[in-house]
Design a binder for this molecule. Structure first.
Ligand code: SF4
Length: 125
């Protein structure tokens, strides 16, 4: 059976219910092409009590791995849709994913407002 991405040696820092690959039935075939299937360097998840400088360096290294991964888009969408609260997925940290999700929510709200306004104009027209 193929390994999920992020088979980290440091998954102990991640709550068990959020370990990537746990819900394999819901994961797409992209997992089999993940460059990080064996995260032997422990790049994708933070060990406990990781100093900030070490975290930034580790995350940059993880992002470099993601940059050469053929399934980065699929992985990123998976992490955004779940959403995955920990680790680097699809080249984004958890904080960066929160920013993307907030932007998407704002965009969706603006689209709904525009659609309502257009509907009102059409009804009045
Ligand atoms: S994009 Fe990054 S986190 Fe996602 S599968 Fe590829 S290497 Fe792993």
């Amino acid at each position: 059976m193929p390994q999920p991405p992020h088979s980290s040696l440091q998954v102990a820092a991640v709550p068990a219910q959020r370990v990537p690959g746990r819900d394999r039935d819901q994961d797409g075939p992209w997992h089999t092409e993940a460059v990080c299937r064996r995260d032997e360097a422990g790049l994708f998840f933070a060990p406990s009590k990781e100093p900030t400088a070490a975290r930034l360096s580790r995350e940059d290294a993880a992002k470099r791995v993601c940059a050469r991964c053929p399934v980065m888009v699929e992985c990123r969408e998976h992490a955004l849709l779940q959403p995955e609260p920990y680790g680097v997925w699809g080249g984004l940290t958890a904080a960066e994913r929160r920013v993307v999700l907030a932007r998407r929510r704002r965009r969706d709200l603006e689209l709904k407002k525009a659609a309502r306004a257009t509907g009102r104009i059409a009804a009045a027209g």
